[in-house]
Design a protein around this ligand. Structure first.
Ligand SMILES: Cc1cc2nc3c(=O)[nH]c(=O)nc-3n(C[C@H](O)[C@H](O)[C@H](O)COP(=O)(O)OP(=O)(O)OC[C@H]3O[C@@H](n4cnc5c(N)ncnc54)[C@H](O)[C@@H]3O)c2cc1C
Length: 397
């Protein structure tokens, strides 16, 4: 079976590596970037490589949601698939779930693994357009769009007479605007909810909130990533990337809160910041594709169109995007499911598409509830010393 994977970010690469290790697939991987140079650090959720339902559900925030949303048999199937991942790949995945690691290493290692295996994958370096992608498809072939948040085909998955309407196939919930501030610290440092509270006690506004599990002690260096909530106006007035010096000159109140937090970390652990602060401003959006496959095209049976005679799946940030550092794990888990589905060669096409849609919807429910809970907790935290403001945010029936 010929499978086209468009976009060789972490999700497209993992899917390619999974299909490459299965019999009977010829994978064509397309990527526009010439080399991997991203600088951000990410952490993969431990549930990705869980070996039991209990460890899969160990997450404090969504353990119960997992039980409510997924059937036990589904969870067991997911775990069985993980066990079947070849050792070269599962060793990499295991390593990435132990702490912070550079996204660049994930992409380079997966890419090198695919090339090193030396069979079953053809690679093309090119910017693929939506028209190119659709034209590639021969009847019966599979195409996976893993081109990230600005998905190539998301808007093309719903048939219609008129021109493609941008965003028509996307549900978006904007949770907040934030600065993501990352730095290296020359001592071991970790942070729980008490630490977040006491280190922010003088910060009435712009509380600096390091993410749970967002610090990773790596030899003598801790990687610290925190979020500071900002207004829509402040977001508009900032460049997409800046550093500590720029922030201190242009948004001193935000910088003071951050610096107060860092000073308290230093008092406690007697270390120093290594290098500069990296500041990225992002809207924290939660979104999903209403249709993560081309099943509506198949239902219309317009036999002349390539989208009516083949299977198209959105994967990773193409299908679902979420803030609070969950997205990459979600994308990688979804392609584990997708690879398992495509491997069932006797599964009728419609059923394959329906099962993927249902799975993506369940993952959406899970990440939607988790993200809303995190946002709610963050809102309460902002008002924790002001009982009136706090009570206004509580809805107790
Ligand atoms: C500042 C920041 C920090 C983050 N930190 C975390 C974190 O800690 N934890 C976490 O889980 N997530 C984090 N994320 C999100 C995470 O990086 C994404 O969820 C993840 O990269 C999505 O992987 P993907 O493969 O689906 O898409 P992408 O990584 O976006 O990859 C898409 C690939 O497709 C290629 N492509 C796109 N269009 C075309 C085209 N037309 N033709 C050919 N190729 C194309 C791109 O070049 C790219 O290689 C962070 C994001 C940001 C911005």
């Amino acid at each position: 079976m010929r499978v086209h994977v468009i976009g060789a970010g972490p999700v497209g690469l993992l899917l390619t590596a999974l299909l490459q290790s299965m019999d009977g697939f010829s994978v064509h991987l397309y990527e526009k970037r010439r080399e991997y140079t991203r600088t951000r650090m990410v952490q993969l959720a431990p549930y990705l490589m869980a070996d039991s339902v209990e460890s899969y559900r160990a997450d404090d925030i969504d353990g119960d949601s997992v039980e409510a949303i997924f059937d036990p048999a589904e969870l067991e199937q997911g775990l069985a698939f993980r066990q079947s991942i070849p050792a070269d790949l599962s060793t990499l995945l295991q390593g990435w779930t132990h702490g912070f690691c550079p996204l660049n290493s994930i992409e380079q290692s997966l890419s090198a693994l695919i090339d090193g295996r030396g069979h079953g994958v053809e690679r093309t370096e090119a910017v693929v357009t939506a028209e190119d992608a659709i034209a590639l498809l021969e009847p019966g072939e599979v195409l996976i769009d893993s081109t990230g948040s600005r998905s190539l085909l998301r808007d093309h998955l719903v048939p219609g007479p008129s021109a493609v309407e941008e965003g028509a196939n996307t549900v978006t919930v904007r949770l907040e605007y934030a600065l993501v501030i990352t730095f290296l610290y020359g001592q071991p440092y970790d942070c729980n909810e008490s630490c977040k509270y006491y280190k922010n006690i003088e910060n009435a506004h712009y509380k600096f909130i390091p993410m749970v599990h967002r610090t990773h002690y790596d030899g003598n260096v801790s990687h610290v990533t925190g979020i500071v909530n900002i207004s829509a106006e402040e977001f508009e007035a900032m460049p997409s990337r800046s550093d500590g010096e720029w922030l201190r000159s242009n948004f001193p109140a935000v910088a003071q809160s951050m610096d107060r937090f860092i000073e308290k970390v230093k008092e406690e652990t007697h270390g120093e910041i290594l290098g500069d602060l990296e500041v990225v401003r992002i809207p924290l959006d939660l979104y999903r594709a209403r249709n993560a496959t081309n099943r509506q095209w198949l239902a219309e049976a317009r036999s002349e169109h390539p989208l009516s005679t083949s299977a198209v799946f959105l994967a990773g940030d193409s299908a679902i995007g979420s803030p609070y550092f969950q997205s990459i794990s979600l994308g990688l888990e979804c392609v584990m499911f997708l690879a398992g589905l495509i491997a069932q060669r006797d599964l009728p096409l419609r059923e394959m598409l329906d099962r993927y849609e249902l799975y993506i919807y369940k993952q959406w429910l899970r990440v939607y509830m988790r993200s809303k809970m995190i946002k709610h907790n963050k809102d309460l935290f902002e008002s924790v010393d002001n009982p009136v403001a706090l009570l206004e945010k509580l809805h107790i029936y």
